[in-house]
Design a protein. Structure first.
Ligand code: G3I
Length: 474
């Protein structure tokens, strides 16, 4: 199971960003951030400023340590279209060429944003601005077509309370974000399309939920989106939340990749750097980490010394904490066991079972024997067929058809229970408890149904031990 999970995670990450170089022996400690991240199929990147590429201390560290680059300012709208209809890619290309000549990949940042718009765009509104946004996306993406690993299509569109940020773009209509993504997919079908924001690391924060709901909505309606970038600027009142991994796995469970895209931490706290790295490593669809600059002196908030190298280019203790975490990467997510109810020792892993509802006498069933990710499970008359046959594995997954896992689409009350390609995450791990309930490792909540009839959908809910939450593997 461990080996299979490692391969699955690696394939997913490689598949997302194309072929990687040969993977080093996972048992040998790698000496740089990029090579250490590659051991688990991930990347480790940095923001690069074109104006610093003449500094040899800067370029030596950047070329040695990183395998992904984001242009810090040079691919933003004010840089790429300073006058309407006149595109300028000189600084962006300088970074692109520097990176790719050294075998590094490049993330594009960013196409539609309320900030760093050229003056002419700032003064537009309504349908004129909407068209200007579409033209800008088409113009920039045409230039970089087929060249980039990902684009931050839309940046920072939400308020802290989870509502939409008011901006000239928002003023063109609430659908501006999906229009941006649809335009981007048509402009370059080969590049991954990301939504990128800050302060969406804490799962219980309003902004996180606002973005999550938008991504869920986009996935349900087929709006093209491939990834969510969590900027991970830990500064001032914001620091590494204990539920960061839950946030990453919850976004991932919607069917998108996640990445930490602009990491910096006040005074480069070693525990926060190690913790954010580990959270990413624990989530198979967390495909990489990018720090927002090389040395402290390169940072947009240099007075807080938030990066991995000091102003002289020396490795800081935070660097070591990140490298050690990357080198210790385990393919298996660590996940806290719920305190109650008590997992049963009698559940036997490895045999095919039906999951029989005590109240209904009906079985947990995948509708129409679907194998499609995201198909929600239901109660149905037990029939012993493959779409009702579940295997409890030693890593607490409940598999069906051998390749799909029982999967919680979120961790809150009422979250859907569905099937999804097995990925080793905690939202696909289940405890079979001695009181007859089955609870999710990530949420601590129990499988639950509101009724007893055929077609009743299964959800997770606070465990109460009542008959509608009791299921037996039999
Ligand atoms: O290049 C000019 C220089 O000629 C001029 O003399 C000077 C005077 O202020 O300004 C220089 O430009 C500055 C530019 O950085 C390059 O250093 C801009 O004023 C300054 O506003 C700009 O700041 C950038 C900021 O985005 C703008 O929003 C930071 O470098 C950049 O790190 C920061 O990055 C953002 C991400 O894109 C999105 N997420 C947050 C992150 C941090 O704010």
């Amino acid at each position: 199971m461990w080996v299979r999970t490692l391969i699955a995670g690696t394939v997913a990450a490689v598949g997302a960003f194309g072929a990687l170089t040969a993977m080093p022996d996972a048992n040998a400690a790698a000496a740089t951030l990029g090579s250490a991240a590659q051991q688990s199929g991930r990347y480790f990147g940095t923001a690069i400023a074109a104006g610093r590429l003449s500094n040899s201390t800067y370029t030596t560290i950047a070329a040695r340590e990183f395998d992904m680059v984001t242009a810090e300012n040079e691919m933003k709208p004010d840089a790429t279209q300073p006058n309407r209809g006149q595109f300028n890619f000189s600084s962006g290309d300088q970074i692109y060429n520097w990176a790719t000549q050294r075998g590094m990949k490049v993330r594009g940042h960013t196409l539609a944003w309320h900030a760093q718009q050229p003056g002419w765009m700032q003064s537009l509104s309504g349908s004129t601005l909407r068209q200007a946004m579409i033209d800008h996306i088409n113009g920039v993406m045409a230039h970089y077509k087929g060249k980039l690993a990902a684009w931050d299509v839309v940046n920072e569109a939400f308020n802290e309370d989870g509502s939409r940020r008011s901006s000239n773009l928002q003023g063109t209509g609430n659908d501006w974000i999906e229009v941006a993504f649809r335009t981007a997919r048509n402009a370059d079908p080969s590049v991954k399309l990301c939504y990128n924001d800050y302060n969406i690391e804490n799962w219980s924060y309003g902004k996180t939920q606002g973005v999550y709901n938008m991504i869920r909505d986009f996935k349900s309606r087929g709006v093209p989106i491939d990834c969510v970038g969590l900027q991970t600027h830990f500064t001032g009142g914001s620091s590494l939340p204990g539920n960061f991994q839950t946030t990453l796995s919850s976004f991932a469970a919607l069917g998108v990749d996640v990445a930490l895209t602009e990491v910096d931490v006040t005074n480069a706290s070693t525990s926060q750097y190690a913790g954010l790295t580990q959270a990413c490593l624990n989530v198979p669809r967390c495909i990489g980490i990018t720090v927002w600059g090389v040395r402290d002196s390169d940072s947009w908030r240099s007075s807080e010394s938030p990066l991995l190298f000091d102003g002289n280019g020396n490795k800081k203790s935070a660097y070591t904490s990140v490298l050690n975490a990357l080198n210790g990467a385990s393919p298996n997510p660590s996940s806290p066991a719920p305190s109650s109810p008590t997992p049963s020792s009698s559940a036997t892993p490895g045999t095919g079972n039906r999951i029989l509802g005590a109240q209904s006498g009906r079985c947990i069933d995948v509708p129409s024997a679907s194998q499609t990710n995201g198909t929600r499970v239901q109660l149905y008359d037990c029939n012993g067929q493959a779409n009702q046959t579940w295997t409890l594995t030693s890593s607490r997954q409940l598999t069906v058809y051998g390749t799909r896992c029982l999967d919680a689409a979120g961790s809150g009350n009422g979250s859907a229970v569905q099937i999804y390609a097995c990925n080793g995450q905690a939202n696909q791990q289940w405890n079979v408890n001695s009181n007859g309930t089955i609870s999710g490792v990530q949420s601590g909540r129990c499988l639950d149904v509101w009724g007893t009839g055929n077609g009743q959908q299964v959800q997770i809910y606070d465990c109460n031990g009542q008959a509608n939450q009791r299921f037996s593997l039999s």
